[in-house]
Design a protein around this ligand. Structure first.
Ligand code: SF4
Ligand code: SF4
Length: 425
């Protein structure tokens, strides 16, 4: 049986409306200059053009809400013995079937990046697991690359299937839909769409066109080890971070950033524990109760962000990066810091490390690095004119990159006042 179907725009919209009866549908919605994944009802699903827009914020809220209650607690004191408490705990789980429509292949891959720490270790996060299991992902193959896209630097492509249940591609007069997983296949089997076998080649041609619209691929080698070898080069990180405002927009909009904080609110006897998004770019993120802050300076926070994505994470997970090249951080940064350039500078000027090779052993943030590091007094040159440079972030397509609003993804206010815990991944 074929994996390919064809649907005209009205048929696709009609199918989505039907699915909205059984699923919580999250799809792009224009809000001022932003495009956000928002819950959409059948009545609300009317504008196909809007649903095809690239979202300015990532869809990670489908599995990690901005803020969620982990547990409600209620305690009752024994009237005769007030020191004796009876406590009831209630842990809500959100496993409502959810359909994410219209994210891009980089976003779909972002969920796989999140899966590894949340589901792949000894302890699995039950809140994340429930939402993830209930999620169906229908991605749109990118018709063209934006100037800030670099999925091809980190193993992706505008039509990559990784992470999607269904991938659809715009062709003349409609869309070719391809099932990627069993979840996707069973959904499409009940769609009533015609076979898309005879339109497959058109879809493939569209994929090739989108790939060609990307800039030159990176020629950076041995990135995890080279970024690790930069760890103690404070002068380098200070220079790269000079203009950063520590606003955190880059992390809130990123599909793979996963830091959170825990707060309790209510009274001692009745309240709830909340988990909320946090940002490792905030100086408060690592502030300890003692007053010590291991990352008080912003260059240390930037070093952590870059190293996590391009060194710690790949060293922990078989060379996979914790960046999918969506470019949102580049688009949204108020000082236009380009993560591609930071990585390029880090790699090009890094001390020599063992060539390519097996991934270095996993290291934890702030721990000594395994690679040899030259003294900071003799930093290597940032640019090597003799070497062919990887692509600069030059415009790759005529399509203008949309502007994202940092405000639209601002950290939620949890209210309340009490203990606070932070988790850095
Ligand atoms: S670091 Fe930037 S480019 Fe990479 S996934 Fe996050 S937002 Fe996208
Ligand atoms: S968005 Fe730009 S200015 Fe804001 S924290 Fe990130 S790198 Fe710094």
């Amino acid at each position: 049986m074929s994996n390919f179907y064809f649907a005209a725009p009205d048929a696709l919209l009609g199918w989505l409306k039907k699915l909205a009866a059984d699923y919580r549908v999250l799809a792009p919605r224009r809000e001022g200059r932003s495009v956000m994944f928002r819950p959409r009802t059948a009545d609300d699903l009317t504008d196909m053009d809007e649903l095809l827009r690239r979202a300015t914020a990532s869809p990670k809220g489908a599995v990690i809400p901005h803020s969620e209650t982990l547990v409600h607690f209620t305690s009752t004191k024994d009237a005769e013995n007030p020191a004796s408490l009876t406590t009831t705990l209630e842990a809500p789980r959100d496993d409502a079937p959810t359909l994410l429509f219209g994210c891009r292949p980089c976003d779909a891959k972002g969920f796989l990046v999140l899966d590894r720490p949340y589901l792949g270790g000894k302890f699995k996060d039950p809140y994340y697991a429930a939402r993830r299991e209930a999620l169906v992902i229908i991605s749109q193959a990118c018709p063209t690359a934006f100037a800030t896209c670099f999925c091809h630097w980190v193993g992706g492509s505008p039509a990559a299937r990784e992470g999607s249940d269904i991938l659809f591609t715009a062709v003349d007069g409609g869309f070719v839909l391809e099932s990627v997983t069993e979840k996707g296949a069973s959904l499409l089997a009940g769609s009533g769409f015609a076979s898309g076998e005879d339109r497959k080649e058109e879809a493939e041609a569209a994929h090739k066109k989108a790939e060609a619209s990307l800039g030159a691929p990176s020629n950076l080698k041995n990135i995890p080890a080279r970024v690790a070898a930069r760890f103690r080069d404070d002068a380098f990180w200070i220079k790269e971070t000079e203009k950063c405002l520590s606003c955190g927009a880059c992390t809130y909009l990123c599909p793979t950033c996963q830091c959170f904080t825990i707060t309790d609110e209510g009274s001692q006897l009745d309240g709830r524990r909340i988990r909320s998004w946090d940002s490792c770019m905030s100086p408060l993120f690592t502030l300890e109760t003692s007053g010590h802050n291991p990352r008080a300076e912003k260059f240390k926070r930037m070093r952590n962000r870059i190293s996590h994505k391009f060194s710690y994470y790949p060293q922990s997970y078989d060379g996979e990066y914790s960046c999918v090249g969506c470019g949102r951080c580049v688009v949204s940064c108020p000082i236009s810091l380009d993560i591609r350039q930071v990585v390029k500078h880090a790699v090009e000027g890094a001390p020599d490390v063992a060539p390519e090779a097996a991934p270095a052993p996993a290291i934890r943030p702030e721990s000594p690095v395994p690679a040899p590091v030259k003294p900071a007094a003799a930093p290597a040159p940032v640019e090597k004119a003799a070497e062919p440079a990887p692509a600069d972030p030059a415009p790759a397509a005529s399509e203008a990159a949309p502007k994202a609003s940092a405000k639209s993804d601002a950290r939620p206010k949890t209210g309340g006042k009490s203990k606070s815990g932070k988790k850095s991944r």
